[in-house]
Design a protein around this ligand. Structure first.
Ligand SMILES: Cc1cc2nc3c(=O)[nH]c(=O)nc-3n(C[C@H](O)[C@H](O)[C@H](O)COP(=O)(O)OP(=O)(O)OC[C@H]3O[C@@H](n4cnc5c(N)ncnc54)[C@H](O)[C@@H]3O)c2cc1C
Length: 286
């Protein structure tokens, strides 16, 4: 299929972008990597009056270290994040997650800002952002504001972005002493996950001090499993601790069913992921 006709704009500055967003309102759509928007246009699931291509906005693709942490620009491609030595050193969880995002061709175009703004419940990056206690920096005509990742994802394809606002960058605070682990289960490599888990923990003498378990694909937004986190906190991780954490997790999960998997399957997979990831965190394996 071909898209419905639309005006095409390629602004050269943020100011020009905000002007266009104001002019078109809900009828203007930002184009970043286009890996989600272009199929939606072609299938006429989206029929905006204007497409506003932000690929030429200067400086938004940088990955840099700042006093506040690792800063990744909205236009950084998935592939750039995957290959970045700074990401590997300061946010290894992201480096582990990136190879699971679609296929290589998709990762060469798809952007960090696009994935965060889209907020697909089965996407890897939103869950990583929550697990990393990241901040999502957004900007509109009225200025910049910082939103904690934990408060950014409201539901299926729904975020804290206001009208006329763009995701500008994501800031990942330093976390010395934390280990990361990432696992997902999908029908085929490159598919969206049936269930996935982005995790971090402080591990001391074989025991987990503090943990972040953030699941994706099992709800309408990234799900921080606080009960499972509490079940392992301060404990040596043995089979008893893992069973306790799985029980705690079962009580806080209410996964959806669809053509890809039933709620029962997703619940089971989440428990398997929790066991694998907890073991890896303690053993220091990703
Ligand atoms: C076959 C296939 C498999 C895929 N598999 C996965 C997968 O396993 N995991 C996964 O996470 N993703 C997957 N994707 C999606 C891919 O990661 C996309 O790159 C991503 O979802 C959107 O990023 P984008 O830069 O392409 O955004 P676009 O498609 O350009 O835009 C997506 C949406 O976000 C908005 N937007 C984009 N940038 C901004 C911004 N800076 N500020 C505000 N709004 C913005 C757009 O207006 C649009 O509504 C897959 C895609 C395909 C085609």
């Amino acid at each position: 299929m071909k898209p419905a006709p639309f005006d095409y704009h390629r602004p050269a500055s943020l100011r020009e972008t905000f002007d266009l967003l104001e002019r078109y309102g809900d009828d203007g759509r930002i184009l970043a990597g286009g890996q989600s928007l272009v199929p939606a246009l072609n299938m006429r699931l989206a029929t905006p009056r204007a497409v506003i291509d932000i690929n030429r906005l200067p400086g938004l693709d940088a990955i840099r270290l700042a006093p506040e942490g690792l800063v990744i620009g909205a236009l950084a491609r998935h592939e750039a994040v995957e290959r970045s030595p700074l990401v590997r050193e300061h946010a290894p969880l992201l480096a582990m997650a990136m190879p699971h995002v679609g296929h290589e061709a998709i990762r060469t175009r798809g952007t960090v800002g696009g994935s965060l703004a889209l907020a697909d419940p089965a996407a890897e990056l939103p869950a990583c952002a929550v697990a990393l206690d990241a901040t999502i920096r957004v900007e509109g005509r009225r200025g910049r504001r910082d939103v904690a990742a934990a408060a950014f994802f409201h539901g299926i394809y729904t975020t804290a972005l206001g009208p006329g606002e763009l995701v500008i960058e994501v800031v990942i605070p330093p976390a010395p002493g934390w280990r990361s682990a990432f696992q997902e289960l999908a029908r085929r490599h490159g598919d969206f996950a049936l269930a996935g888990l982005a995790a971090r923990a402080r591990v001391e003498s074989g025991a987990i001090g503090e943990a972040r378990f953030v699941f994706f694909g099992v709800g309408s937004a990234p799900l921080r499993a606080r009960r499972a986190e509490s079940a392992v906190a301060g404990r040596r991780v043995d089979s008893e601790a893992i069973v306790a954490a799985q029980r705690a997790l079962a009580a806080e999960l209410d996964p959806p069913g669809d053509v890809h998997g039933s709620p029962a399957l997703r619940r089971h997979l989440a428990g398997v992921l929790l066991s694998r990831v907890t073991t890896r965190l303690v053993e220091g394996r990703s």
